[in-house]
Design a protein around this ligand. Structure first.
Ligand code: BTN
Length: 246
């Protein structure tokens, strides 16, 4: 797979733009839509993605991995790891907050929005949207816990270099995935989890509960060890992290 980057000044959302392009014509795997500004950047669910003009990286990549839908979660895993890999090269130690937020300490530095088209138990097309906070100096107060690379390492980052580094990590992780090394990706993902093996508070069914993350199922469910000794797996939406304030 080769990347072909299409740079745009302004779009609604790079994921939406890619979807609309695909409705009109075929695109090669590896097509990247990169935007300097999104006026309707989308997060998971009903969330918006904030990024001021020209300061960060907001882009979407087209994959057609032809892997079974049973392995859908490995897409989240390999992209999350690729982001953590590139941050490591900048001296930033990142963790993955299940399922697909990238955290530095207790703050979110990147988010992922993966949208798939499935057919016949296979993943036909996957649009992976990545928002990485790069040179943002100050975020609006209404955002919960954002952080940028600039805020962590106190220096301005060349966004082109960063994008190239990130695309390199993505390609090597993708090769790891399609060559069948799904389990090693899964293990690395689990080892990089935010709050892994640490007693923390989670909100489950309206109650605040103390538990420890001990892993994630290959299907993507979060496995919690509760203080009373039982373990249970949770789907996204069933468990809420009660975030620590710094
Ligand atoms: C999240 O954390 O909720 C996911 C955020 C994903 C944001 C990126 S920015 C590029 C791509 N286009 C979008 O509209 N969203 C994703």
């Amino acid at each position: 797979m080769k990347f072909h980057v299409i740079k745009l000044n302004k779009v609604d959302s790079t994921n939406t733009y890619m979807k609309n392009l695909l409705a009109d014509k075929e695109l090669n795997e590896g097509t990247v839509i990169l935007a300097d500004f999104q006026n309707k950047g989308r997060g998971r669910g009903k969330n918006m993605w904030y990024s001021s003009q020209g300061r960060n990286l907001t882009f979407s990549i087209l994959f057609s991995p032809k892997i079974l839908t049973d392995n859908l979660f490995s897409l989240t895993e390999f992209i999350s790891l690729s982001i953590a890999d590139v941050l490591h090269k900048y001296g930033i130690h990142a963790r993955i907050k299940w399922p697909n937020d990238i955290y530095v300490a207790n703050n979110k530095i990147a988010g992922l929005l993966i949208e798939n088209t499935l057919s016949d138990r296979k993943i036909e097309i996957s649009i992976a949207g990545i928002g990485l906070n790069v040179n943002e100096e100050k975020f609006p107060d209404n955002l919960t816990n954002p952080v940028s690379m600039f805020q962590v390492i106190q220096r301005e980052i060349d966004r082109n270099e960063l994008l190239n580094g990130l695309l390199d990590s993505i390609i090597s992780r993708y090769n790891q995935l399609i060559s069948g090394n799904l389990f090693s990706i899964h293990e690395e993902y689990c080892n990089r989890l935010y709050l892994k093996d640490k007693k923390s508070i989670y909100k489950i069914n309206g109650s605040f509960i103390e538990a420890k993350i001990i892993g994630v199922e290959t299907s993507g469910e979060l496995v919690l060890l509760h203080s009373n000794g039982f373990t249970k797996s949770y789907l996204f939406g069933e468990v809420e992290f009660v975030l620590k304030k710094e």
